[in-house]
Write a protein that binds this ligand. Structure first.
Ligand code: MG
Length: 302
């Protein structure tokens, strides 16, 4: 369908809502047409977990914990670990979000932060059931429509990569509790490592921190072979860095980036609009990605 425009953005009702912000409508329109033309067989989804699959706010005002935050609720976690975790957060978090520090400098600090976290998580028992117990409390904290979307992606055999610089054990546990950990879902994250006596022994290798969170981390894995020729990608995230998650996919032709913006929208909107193709302001649903998936699916079934 080269040169032939199948639909215009104006035809896609959901993209014309007030809270949907698009910097370059022509580009998004072109990309959507290409994604639809390419069909389901060329598609993969790459998504962040914390505040992307989980909601940014709950109706009852309760706070949703991050994957590491959930881990910190486990009752076997020694008090000194909690205290040190807090200290590290106060030291490194400002660096992570510093708008002025160059990226290569930040990376050094992030590796330091994640390594120190790994070193802390050693020498005490922490049964996985405790993580499951906490995760159970948050299984309903997923964005509205997440269940349906994961169900559809599995039915359509579209690979879905959940990419998290958080704690993979919590991520997997929440997805399991919510019954969306389908065979097409792969979680790349930081996972706990256990010694043979059942005590914790830090984090498994291949640290995923905020700034190496892209598909280069997949090289040499089975998943990479599975998805490397699916060059149409829907990327979803809530942090600016999430927009680069598909960077390691070779010759990815069309990467449609959807950003969920919640904090200080007036102040952050310009940067989000530069970084993501579609920005959704305080949208606690999967309605937009689902509508796009639906368009691609309908075309594929014609
Ligand atoms: Mg996030």
């Amino acid at each position: 369908m080269v040169g032939q425009r199948r639909f215009q953005l104006g035809d896609v009702a959901i993209l014309n809502r007030d809270h949907v912000k698009i910097r370059d409508p022509g580009k998004v329109e072109h990309m959507l047409n290409e994604l639809v033309a390419g069909g389901i067989g060329k598609l993969q989804v790459v998504t962040d977990f914390d505040y992307t699959i989980t909601k940014q706010r709950l109706e009852n005002g309760e706070k949703i914990l991050t994957s590491f935050g959930m881990f910190n609720e486990c009752k076997s976690l020694p008090e000194y670990v909690l205290e040190e975790t807090k200290r590290l957060f106060h030291k490194y978090r400002p660096i992570e979000i510093d708008p002025h520090m160059p990226l290569d400098e930040k990376v050094v600090y992030m590796i330091e932060w994640w390594s120190k976290t790994g070193d802390l998580l050693k020498g005490f028992p922490l049964p996985q059931e405790e993580i499951a117990e906490v995760a159970k409390r948050f299984k309903d904290g997923l964005r509205d429509g997440t269940h349906q979307m994961f169900f559809d992606l599995n039915q359509l055999e579209v690979p879905c990569l959940v990419f998290s610089a958080g704690l993979g054990d919590s991520v997997v546990s929440v997805l399991r509790q919510a019954n969306v950990m389908y065979p097409n879902v792969k979680v790349i994250s930081n996972f706990l490592q256990y010694s043979s006596d059942g005590t914790l022994n830090g984090l498994q290798d291949k640290m995923i921190h905020t700034f190496n969170k892209n598909e280069t981390a997949l090289k040499g894995t089975e998943y990479y072979d599975l998805v490397h020729d699916r060059d149409h990608v829907i990327v979803m995230g809530d942090s600016l860095g999430d927009a680069g998650m598909a960077d390691g996919i070779p010759s990815s032709s069309y990467v449609l980036k959807i950003g969920f913006l919640f904090d200080h929208p007036e102040q952050n909107l310009p940067r989000y609009m530069e970084t993501f193709d579609i920005v959704l302001i305080d949208d606690q649903t999967m309605d937009v990605p689902r509508a796009i998936l639906e368009m691609i699916k309908n075309k594929s079934h014609q």
